[in-house]
Design a protein around this ligand. Structure first.
Ligand SMILES: Nc1ncnc2c1ncn2[C@@H]1O[C@H](COP(=O)(O)OP(=O)(O)OP(=O)(O)O)[C@@H](O)[C@H]1O
Length: 290
């Protein structure tokens, strides 16, 4: 399902003394099946954009096309329930929204609320809990008796149980340990690849944006100032600095190695694996010319 932001402007508390303009003329195209990372310094408007993707916020200027629906400034939008099911959002610290007596009931809540029969909701919950690495005995526990990382997994399972076509992730691994971060990011990537799930990731991690995304949009002072492929975005270090961003660590390491050794590696290394491969290639070339 494609999502298109067209000339979107948004003001919080519009027409009140507290009015705060958060977005200006934002144009972003999220093609069906893509993995888009939205990056930008703090307060640049990333979370505000994200809440337009399932019409939690409606633009005060411009329009947002979500599949075959259009949410337009000044036009009353009807029946947004379908959009909310099709576009699932994992908010920052989603475990704060858990509320049911058991993990099983919590994961089943969303689908049952949308009319999925109990047996089917249960089947999805059990499958997703296992996929997210929750032990079977956790299903009958109170979510509040689990660790923080496990609670996060329950909350993510609850969003996935709605079987969304688009998955929107707002810093989904904030506060997790490195192993938990990696496991959850790998799972989202696996869902993206295997189910063709359109994925949108809001992140401060340039490493995650470089590793997983196929397109990147940079937000700066409420505007989408650049969008493009990760290798083009991260090759332009001057532009990143203008927007108070940095390239991923592997790119910085590559530049240091090139300067120290007086060599130039091929392309830019967006991941550790790519950097290792590039160094190995340069060493092999060096041996050939000896
Ligand atoms: N509920 C709100 N009421 C008023 N202003 C808000 C509200 N939420 C956000 N803003 C303002 O809108 C602007 C954009 O905020 P937003 O949260 O979208 O940025 P962000 O890029 O997601 O930031 P961060 O990386 O810190 O999460 C900021 O100036 C912020 O202060």
């Amino acid at each position: 399902m494609d999502i298109l932001l067209q000339e979107v402007g948004y003001s919080y508390a519009e027409n009140t003394p507290f009015e705060k303009r958060a977005l200006h003329h934002v144009n972003i195209h999220i093609p069906s099946g893509s993995y888009t990372a939205i990056i930008g310094h703090t307060g640049s408007g990333k979370s505000t954009v994200l809440q337009h993707l399932n019409a939690l916020l409606k633009p005060t200027e411009g329009s947002v096309v979500i599949g075959d629906r259009k949410v337009e400034a000044g036009v009353k939008a009807k029946n947004l329930r379908d959009i909310r099911r099709q576009v699932g959002i994992v908010f920052q610290f989603p475990e704060q929204q858990l509320f049911e007596e058991t993990v099983l009931k919590d994961i089943m809540f969303g689908p049952m609320n949308y009319g999925v029969p109990e047996e089917e909701a249960k089947r999805r919950a059990v499958e997703l809990a296992a996929q997210l690495g929750l032990p079977p005995e956790a299903l009958e526990k109170s979510p509040f008796d689990l660790s923080g990382g496990q609670m996060r997994r329950v909350a993510i399972a609850g969003v996935l149980a709605m079987d969304p076509e688009v998955l929107v992730l707002d810093e989904p691994t904030a506060g997790l340990d490195p192993k938990g971060r990696r496991e959850i990011m790998d799972l989202f990537h696996q869902l993206h690849v295997q189910k063709g799930l359109t994925t949108v990731l809001v992140t401060h991690s340039m490493e995650d944006a470089a590793r997983f995304a196929d397109q990147i949009a940079i937000m700066h002072n409420g505007k989408c100032v650049v969008s493009g492929e990760p290798r083009d975005i991260f090759a332009n270090e001057e532009q990143l600095m203008d927007y108070r961003l940095e390239p991923p660590r592997t790119v910085k390491l590559q530049r240091m190695l090139e300067a120290k050794l007086g060599i130039e590696l091929d392309g830019i290394s967006l991941t550790e694996e790519a950097l290792a491969k590039n160094i190995a290639l340069a060493l092999a070339k060096g041996r050939e010319t000896e």
